[in-house]
Design a protein around this ligand. Structure first.
Ligand SMILES: NC(=O)c1ccc[n+]([C@@H]2O[C@H](COP(=O)([O-])OP(=O)(O)OC[C@H]3O[C@@H](n4cnc5c(N)ncnc54)[C@H](O)[C@@H]3O)[C@@H](O)[C@H]2O)c1
Ligand SMILES: O=P(O)(O)OC[C@H](O)CO
Length: 332
C-alpha cells in the first residue's frame, strides 16, 4: 500500500516506521521543507524522536499534492488543533479510493466536534473511508519495535480489516472495531485523567490513590462516551483501559508529566511555553468540561482539573474537594 503520514512529530514518525516495516511504501509529509531535508540526511527525527534510526525505505516530501494524489492510506497525526486546517489543505487532492485514519487524540477545541466529524465535514463529499487508530502507544516504545497493540475502527468492518491488515505487524498488533465514537472519545478523555495522575504522582499520594483515580476516571470517561453514543465495552479495551494505564503509569507520557509539574506549582501556560510537544489534555479538559456541562454529564475529576488548570483552586484543594464528595453506590 502507499501510505502517507501527515504530521512529523513523535507519533507520526513512529507510525511511519511501523508502516514501512509492515511493507508499505511510506512517505512522511513535512510541512517545513528544510525539516524534511534534515530527516532525509540524518535518518533520525532529532527534534521529536531522538535516538531512533529511520528505515532506509522511508521517504520524505513537502509536496502535499503529490503525496495525497498517490496515497491509498493517509494517517492523520498532527496535534488535534491542526486537524481541520491540515484536512482543508488536503481536500482538493483527496479521492474516493483512499482511507483517512485519524491518529490524533482529542476533540475540536473550538466546537467540541469529534475529529471524525471534522473529517466527515471536509472529506464527506469525496466519498473516501474514515477511520480511527488509537491505543496504549507511546511513540518512544513503538518506534523501538517494543511489543504493542492498537485498535483500528471504522463503521464498515470490511474496510477496518483491510486497514488492519495493511498496518498490522509482528510487534504491532492491530485489532479492529466498529465503535468509532467510543475509540475516539476514549483516546481524547484519557489525557484528562493522565494530567490528574501526574498530580497524584507529584503530590506523592500513593499507589492506592492512583488506582482509585484510574478506576473512577475510567468510570467518568465511560459515562461521557456512552452519553455521546459510544459502546460501554470499548472502555474495557485497548482504547479505554489500555490507553489509560499506559498514559497514567508511564514516564513517557507528556500529559502525566505535565500534571506532575502542575503539582510542583507550575501553571499550564508556563508548561506549554516550555515544550515543543503537544499536551492534548490541556485542550481536552476545557472542551470536555464544557460539553459535560451542556449535556449534564457528571464528570467530577474533569471539573476539578479544569479549576486547577485555570488556577481557581490548587491541586491539593482539588483533591480535598474530590475526597469530600458524598459517599455513593459504586456502579449505578
Ligand atoms: N507521542 C505519542 O506517543 C502519541 C501516541 C499516540 C497518539 N498521539 C497523538 O498524536 C498527535 C500528534 O502528537 P505527537 O506526539 O506526534 O506530536 P509532537 O508533540 O511529537 O509534535 C508536535 C507536532 O505538531 C506539528 N505541528 C506544529 N504546528 C503545526 C501546524 N501548524 N500544522 C500541522 N502540524 C503542526 C509538528 O510538525 C509535530 O508533528 C496528538 O494528538 C497525540 O495525542 C501521540
Ligand atoms: O505522551 P502522551 O501523554 O501524549 O500520551 C501518548 C499516547 O497517547 C499514549 O497512548
Amino acid at each position: 500500500m502507499n501510505v502517507v503520514v501527515i504530521g512529523s512529530g513523535s507519533w507520526g514518525t513512529a507510525l511511519a516506521i511501523k508502516s514501512a516495516l509492515a511493507g508499505n511504501t511510506t512517505t512522511i509529509y513535512c510541512r517545513r521543507p528544510e525539516f524534511g531535508k534534515q530527516l532525509a540526511i540524518d535518518h533520525e527525527n532529532k527534534e521529536y524522536l531522538p535516538g531512533v534510526i529511520l528505515p532506509d525505505s522511508l521517504q520524505f516530501s513537502s509536496d502535499l499534492e503529490a503525496c495525497i494524489r498517490n496515497a491509498q492510506i493517509v494517517l492523520m497525526v498532527t496535534p488535534s488543533v491542526h486537524v481541520r486546517t491540515s484536512l482543508e489543505a488536503i481536500q482538493p487532492y483527496a479521492h474516493k479510493e483512499q482511507s483517512y485514519v485519524l491518529c490524533s487524540k482529542g476533540v475540536e477545541q473550538t466546537t467540541g466536534k469529534l475529529l471524525t466529524t471534522v473529517m466527515s465535514e471536509i472529506l464527506g463529499s469525496v466519498g473516501c473511508n474514515l477511520a480511527v487508530l488509537t491505543g496504549p502507544n507511546h511513540a518512544e516504545e513503538v518506534a523501538r519495535n517494543l511489543p504493542a497493540a492498537a485498535v483500528l475502527s471504522t463503521e464498515n468492518l470490511d474496510v477496518a480489516i483491510k486497514l488492519q491488515n495493511a498496518l498490522h505487524s509482528q510487534n504491532f498488533r492491530i485489532y479492529s472495531s466498529t465503535d468509532l465514537i467510543g475509540v475516539e472519545l476514549a483516546g481524547a478523555t484519557k489525557n484528562i485523567i493522565a494530567l490528574a495522575a501526574g498530580i497524584v504522582d507529584g503530590l506523592a499520594l500513593g499507589d492506592n490513590c492512583k488506582a482509585m483515580l484510574l478506576t473512577r476516571g475510567l468510570h467518568e470517561m465511560t459515562r461521557f462516551g456512552v452519553a455521546l453514543g459510544a459502546k460501554k465495552e470499548t472502555y474495557a479495551g485497548l482504547a479505554g483501559m489500555g490507553d489509560l494505564i499506559a498514559t497514567c503509569m508511564s514516564g513517557h507520557s507528556r500529559n502525566r508529566s505535565a500534571g506532575q509539574q502542575l503539582a510542583d506549582g507550575r501553571t499550564m501556560d508556563d508548561i506549554m511555553q516550555h515544550t515543543n510537544m503537544v499536551v492534548e489534555g490541556f485542550f481536552a479538559t476545557d472542551i470536555i468540561h464544557k460539553m459535560a456541562e451542556e449535556h449534564d454529564i457528571e464528570m467530577p475529576i474533569t471539573a476539578a482539573l479544569h479549576d486547577v488548570l485555570h488556577q481557581k483552586i490548587t491541586p491539593a484543594a482539588a483533591l480535598e474537594e474530590l475526597m469530600g464528595r458524598n459517599s455513593k453506590i459504586e456502579v449505578s
